[in-house]
Design a protein around this ligand. Structure first.
Ligand SMILES: [Zn+2]
Length: 404
């Protein structure tokens, strides 16, 4: 039994410690009196404020939380939320004032200090004070090196400033904290690719190659890195290396193959071996009969080579797969023009398009972006009245035209 005595004593000490901690959390000594720290949080204004916040009624939330805050000047989190709401309302100056006032409290713990600084950083970011925001987030990280919110915001700020290396380093710190590995690596690959592009603009092909290859190592589906790495090879006069890189991309990410079509076609034609390109297109169509982009690319190549009839056949098949693609319709009319509009082929086009629904959902609710095929007077999603406008690809010349 005596063996257990030290263990028991430790346990009791732990329990007593917890109870004292809880009490300390709830009460604090102020001007010689014990104050219930939960006063602000237990007031109806606090609960009401949170309810308004949940239903996204920011003005009412501010009103109630301001009352709750006035009941207890010490309730740090209530003041912090209130400041954040001012920021969300666009009242950045007011938000900064609230948060700066909190920062001057002498009794802040290190973590509280870090969180108030984080709020100030977000205020500065919202207000467009980039340097001050950077400074605030870095200060947060000095106090709390694993603060992932500060890291995320720091990364975004660096990205906005095109400081890709800094963004990369920040993301790497973040990736050590979060365990969504594939997402981290995909983001790091995009950042690595941007660093490579900077090197490419300086014509530092060695560094660019290293970066693009690094991006592909991080994420084998990093499409832009393959495209850019191939462009480096072309700039170095190594066309066939470029072809090999882009073909590797086509195999790894076939649904993005079309991004390399123009590049591959150009090199194949220049090298005098266009079949390298046509074979690739045919292989892609065989592997995925729905691949309308490979058909379009091959048809363009055939039409340019003086085979509009073959091109049209491919285009009609592509049209069946995707009747919405304007590029297919344009290519069809060009090929028909090359053939001087034979009536049988024009009729065939007409048949193919007759039942195609070109504008499946052209009406859009301006309030919630809900889409509908028909014009509706009440939105089934946000229930507002008369909010639908017809969607246009280009802005209408006459602004009254879009009014319903
Ligand atoms: Zn709506």
């Amino acid at each position: 039994m005596s063996d257990y005595a030290p263990l028991l004593a430790t346990l009791i000490a732990l329990l007593v410690g917890l109870a004292v901690g809880k009490a300390w959390e709830r009460y604090k000594l102020k001007d010689g009196k014990w104050i219930d720290r939960r006063r602000a949080r237990q007031s109806p204004h606090y609960i009401l404020g949170l309810n308004f916040l949940v239903s996204n009624q920011i003005d009412l939330a501010i009103e109630e939380l301001a009352r709750a805050a006035s009941l207890d000047a010490d309730a740090l989190e209530v003041h912090m939320i209130l400041g954040n709401l001012y920021r969300e309302k666009g009242q950045v100056g007011k938000a900064i004032t609230v948060h700066q006032t909190l920062l001057q409290r002498p009794s802040l713990t290190k973590i509280e200090h870090a969180y108030v600084l984080l709020c100030i950083g977000l205020d500065y970011k919202r207000g467009g004070f980039v340097d001050r925001a950077l400074e605030a987030f870095n200060e947060v990280l000095r106090l709390d090196p694993n603060n992932s919110y500060a890291l995320v915001n720091l990364q975004k700020l660096h990205e906005e400033q095109h400081q890709w290396s800094d963004a990369y380093d920040t993301r790497q710190r973040l990736s050590k904290l979060t365990h969504t590995e594939s997402k981290n690596e995909s983001i790091l690959a995009f950042l690595e690719n941007e660093i490579g592009l900077e090197a490419m603009r300086r014509k530092d092909y060695l560094e660019a190659t290293r970066r693009f290859e690094g991006a592909i190592d991080l994420d084998a589906r990093a499409v832009p890195a393959y495209l850019n790495l191939g462009d480096v090879r072309v700039a170095q006069g190594k066309d066939q290396d470029a072809v090999a890189i882009w073909e590797r991309m086509v195999n790894v990410v076939p649904d993005r193959a079309y991004l390399a079509f123009d590049r591959l076609e150009k090199i194949a034609v220049t090298a005098g071996s266009p079949e390298g390109f046509t074979n690739l297109c045919r292989r892609l169509i065989d592997e995925n009969p729905q691949d309308w982009r490979a058909r379009l690319a091959l048809s363009r190549h055939l039409a340019a080579g003086g085979h509009p009839q073959d091109a049209l056949e491919l285009l009609f098949a592509a049209l069946v797969q995707n009747p919405h693609a304007l590029s297919i319709h344009q290519a069809i009319w060009r090929a028909l023009g090359q053939l001087r509009y034979p009536s049988s082929l024009v009729d065939h086009y007409s048949d193919l398009t007759q039942h195609a629904v070109f504008y499946l959902d052209p009406h859009v609710c301006v309030r919630c972006r809900y889409r509908s095929t028909e014009l509706l007077w009440q939105c089934p999603h946000c229930h507002d009245w008369n909010t639908f406008v017809e969607e246009r690809i280009a802005p209408a010349q006459d602004p009254t035209e879009v009014e319903v």
